[in-house]
Design a binder for this molecule. Structure first.
Ligand SMILES: [Ca+2]
Ligand SMILES: [Ca+2]
Length: 199
């Protein structure tokens, strides 16, 4: 219960930065951003790591996603009734989540960014499932794609009903703004999502 109430007052997901002493070693005297603001590995977690425990997991826009993203998907022919949030094991529905990550100020030329999520394949046809990550272009809301990956073969050799795995993909930071949108169609459930920045 504490976790849920905490999320209710936080504008961003919880950010687990490196050790405090690392954070304090950033040289502020130079007045430049030549060095990454968040050295080391910074992980932002969306949802609750509870082995698909059910929910809804606390997310900023549960039970669906940013309203403009929902409207965008509706216009692509995916009705709201076919959208679901984390931990939902219903087949023939798209898992969606809005990722307000707060990492952008940490991006540096020496950094790499990846997105990982824990997923489970369900009944029907998970073998053709796909994960698409969109950037949020505020005011326009055309949601340009950052990446779109078929689970098989890009992320896994197989994705048959009952399989559970942590799937990861690199993200091009040049295409990543302050907020991403996650979509996985349509016979899988997602336990949680993480963005991992390494600098
Ligand atoms: Ca499918
Ligand atoms: Ca979960």
């Amino acid at each position: 219960m504490f976790r849920r109430s905490l999320f209710a007052v936080l504008p961003f997901a919880l950010i687990a930065c490196g050790p405090v002493d690392e954070m304090e070693t950033v040289d502020e005297s130079t007045g430049t951003q030549a060095q990454a603001v968040c050295p080391g590995v910074t992980t932002v977690t969306f949802g609750t790591i509870d082995n698909f425990g059910g929910g809804p997991d606390p997310l900023p826009y549960a039970p669906t996603a940013l309203p403009e993203f929902v409207s965008y998907l509706n216009a692509q022919g995916i009705p709201t009734g076919q959208l679901k949030t984390l931990d939902d094991g219903t087949s023939n529905k798209h898992t969606v989540a809005t990722l307000r990550h707060g990492l952008r100020s940490c991006f540096g030329s020496t950094c790499t960014l990846k997105l990982c999520f824990r997923a489970r394949a369900h009944a029907d046809v998970p073998q053709d499932d796909r994960v698409t990550i969109y950037n949020t272009d505020f005011g326009v809301y055309s949601f340009p794609q950052v990446t779109s990956q078929p689970v098989v073969p890009n992320l896994r050799a197989t994705w048959n009903p009952g399989e559970v795995a942590t799937l990861c993909m690199p993200l091009n930071m040049a295409l990543v703004g302050d907020m991403l949108q996650f979509q996985m169609q349509d016979d899988s459930s997602v336990d949680y999502i993480q963005m991992i920045l390494s600098c």
